[in-house]
Design a protein around this ligand. Sequence first.
Ligand code: FA5
Length: 343
Amino acid sequence: MKDKLIKIKNTVLDKLNTVNNEVELKAIDLQYFSRKGEISELMHHLKELSSEQKREIGALANQIKKELESKMKETRSFFDEKTNLNEVSDITLPGRKLKKGHLHPITIIQREVEDLFTSLGFSIIDGPELESDYYNFSALNIPPLHPARDMQDTFYVSSPDDKKQELDLVMRTHTSPVQIRAMKKYGAPLKVVIPGRCFRNEATDARHEHTFYQFEGMMIGENINFSNLKSLLEIVGKKLFGEDTKLRMRPKYYPFVEPGNNGEYTCFLCGGKGCRVCKNTGWLEIVGAGLIHPDVLRAGGVDPEKYSGLAFGFGLTRLAMLKYAVNDARLFNSGDLRFLEQF
Ligand code: FA5
């Protein structure tokens, strides 16, 4: 009888593990668990046993019965759940539309400018956002205590090894430090663009964010001169703002270029007549640029006697503001979907 009980147990467990539907489950229920089922039948024969056997086999029979009933209950609730699910899903209903993500406006404009420069043979490279004081300032001719540091105050960070708190790491204030890194890594001649995020300690307003994007470019070769810079910036202006766009270059001091200048384009909105966007000047200040200072070439390991270079830096955030007529730079990092969903 003990063997029979164990055989029934194994058979029922096998069947419950492979049962496919409720009809098959019902059949198992009838065959084994009903009043006239195989388990009840077997229990019936208990009375024929000696009292000692009754105690032993009875206990085993009860334990097996409990175990099988619990497995039966579990299997039944599995099918019940399945049925419930089937009841609530109406396959004729139209599907729920999944919201599609899209590119951030600054990414859109970054890709547009990248496409232009790759078509002109430039490579796109990257650099660290947490930069050394040396690359961000000193190697670019901005030594400690140089007044140009005031224009680009930033967030100074101490590294765990910086026991003396020398604060030699900074959140980079511009993409220009990558000029030095690129020269050191690739040498000359070189044609690269460097899009990236920058940080400054600003009293923020509609035109100044603490976190913003720049787009740097540099070209080094033999006989690179100011005409190369001018024609390159002209091409960019026409691509970004239309064929009629004109460029004017006015002197501006940047310690890492000589001569340095500010590139301005005729306002794309009024065509140079003067309007709200260009503050009635007809011109939009878009890019800082110049010929790379010999000291900077040297810091990058490039011989200024043999090579010369040009460099420029656009504010991508400002470009996006102009292109999409956004009146506050702070909106780009706000994470506000009412703003972002418009692009
Ligand atoms: C620079 O950062 C230079 N590295 C650019 C450069 C590169 C000059 C190569 C010469 C050669 P400037 O500080 O002017 O320059 O910043 C360049 C642009 O970054 C600005 O014209 C502006 O569009 C953008 N910018 C600067 N600060 C902010 C800010 N707080 N918020 C938004 N955009 C900013």
